[in-house]
Design a protein around this ligand. Structure first.
Ligand code: ATP
Ligand code: MG
Length: 274
C-alpha cells in the first residue's frame, strides 16, 4: 500500500481524532487546488502541513475554516460533519484560523481586533479576562493596545493575528505561515508561544514553508505537492526522510563528478571559446 493510500497515522490508545479530512477536493473555477486529500489531527497534537508555493496549504486551512467550499469530500470535527457549516459556526465549535499575511483589520486598533476575535462570544467579563490573558502572553500588544494594527511591526502583527484567533477560545488553532517574513529572533518568540499553546492543550495545524522549523515543532507532518498529500509521518521521521530533506530542507546534492580536465589542445575544439 502506498503512502498516499494510507494517509492516517494510526492513533495510539491515548489519542482521539479531533479533525478528520476525507477525500477533500477543492476547485478555484477550473483549477483543481486540492485533489482528494485526507488527513487526521489527534487531540493535543501539533500537525504540520509543508509544501512548496501553490501546493494547496492555505486552501486546506481556508476549507476547514469554511471560507471555501469543497467540491467533494468531508471534514469531520469532534465526531461531527462540519463540511456544510458556516464560518461562524465552526468558530463557535472551537476552530480558529490565524491568517497568512496577517490579514487583520489594519485600520482598527489592537484592542478592537482582539474584540473582533471574540465576535461569537457574549460574556463581557470573560472576554475582558481573555484580553488580559493575551496581553500577558504578548506584552507588546498591551503596550500598543490603542495603536492601529496597520502601524504594528510584522512580528507584532503576527502576534496580534494569533492573539485574535485565540480570543474565540479554540480547541483547534489553524496557523498559516506564522514565520513568514519575520526576523529570526521574532520567529523564535512566535514558536515559543506555539509550544506554550501546545503544552496548554491547544491542538494545532501549522502550515509552514520553513519545513525545518515546522518539523522541529510538530508531532506529525504531511507533505503537500500540487494539491495532493504525498508523504506523511512522524515529524521526527520526516526530518530524516531523504525525499523531504532534498525537496524541503535544503539538502545540497553531492557535487557532480566532473570529467578530468581536457588537455590544452582540446580546449580549442568545439567548446574551446574563452
Ligand atoms: N483565489 C484563488 N483563485 C484562483 N486560484 C487560486 C486562488 N487561491 C489559490 N489559488 C491556486 O490554488 C493553488 C493552491 O494555492 P494555495 O494558496 O492553497 O497554496 P499554498 O500552498 O498556500 O502556497 P503558498 O506557500 O504560496 O502560500 C495554487 O495553484 C494557486 O494558484
Ligand atoms: Mg499559502
Amino acid at each position: 500500500m502506498s503512502v498516499y493510500e494510507s494517509p492516517m497515522v494510526p492513533a495510539t490508545e491515548t489519542t482521539t481524532p479531533l479533525l478528520q479530512i476525507r477525500d477533500l477536493s477543492v476547485n478555484y473555477g477550473g483549477i483543481q487546488a486540492l485533489q482528494e486529500i485526507s488527513l487526521v489531527i489527534n487531540a493535543g497534537e501539533v500537525v504540520t502541513l509543508i509544501g512548496a508555493n501553490g501546493a494547496g496549504k492555505s486552501t486546506t486551512l481556508r476549507t476547514i475554516s469554511r471560507l471555501l467550499h469543497p467540491r467533494h469530500g468531508e471534514i469531520i470535527y469532534d465526531n461531527r460533519d462540519i463540511t456544510k457549516l458556516r464560518p461562524d459556526e465552526v468558530v463557535r465549535l472551537g476552530i480558529a484560523q490565524s491568517a497568512e499575511g496577517r490579514r487583520m483589520l489594519t485600520r482598527l486598533s489592537v484592542m478592537d481586533n482582539l474584540l473582533l476575535g471574540a465576535y461569537t462570544r457574549t460574556n463581557r467579563a470573560e472576554i475582558q479576562a481573555d484580553i488580559e490573558q493575551q496581553f500577558g502572553r504578548f506584552p507588546r500588544l498591551k503596550e500598543r493596545s490603542k495603536q492601529l494594527a496597520g502601524t504594528l511591526s510584522g512580528g507584532e502583527q503576527q502576534m496580534l493575528a494569533i492573539a485574535r484567533a485565540l480570543m474565540s477560545r479554540p480547541r483547534l488553532l489553524l496557523l498559516d505561515e506564522p514565520s513568514l517574513g519575520l526576523a529570526p529572533l521574532i520567529v523564535r518568540e512566535i514558536f515559543a508561544i506555539i509550544r506554550e499553546l501546545h503544552a496548554s492543550g491547544v491542538t494545532i495545524l501549522l502550515v509552514e514553508q520553513n519545513a525545518q522549523l515546522a518539523l522541529q515543532n510538530a508531532d506529525r507532518g504531511y507533505v503537500m505537492e500540487a494539491g495532493r498529500i504525498t508523504i506523511n509521518g512522524l515529524a521526527a521521521d520526516l526530518i530524516n526522510d531523504d525525499r523531504v530533506r532534498k525537496a524541503y530542507l535544503g539538502d545540497v546534492p553531492p557535487p557532480v563528478k566532473l570529467p578530468p580536465r581536457a588537455a590544452p589542445e582540446e580546449k580549442n575544439g568545439l567548446f574551446g571559446l574563452r
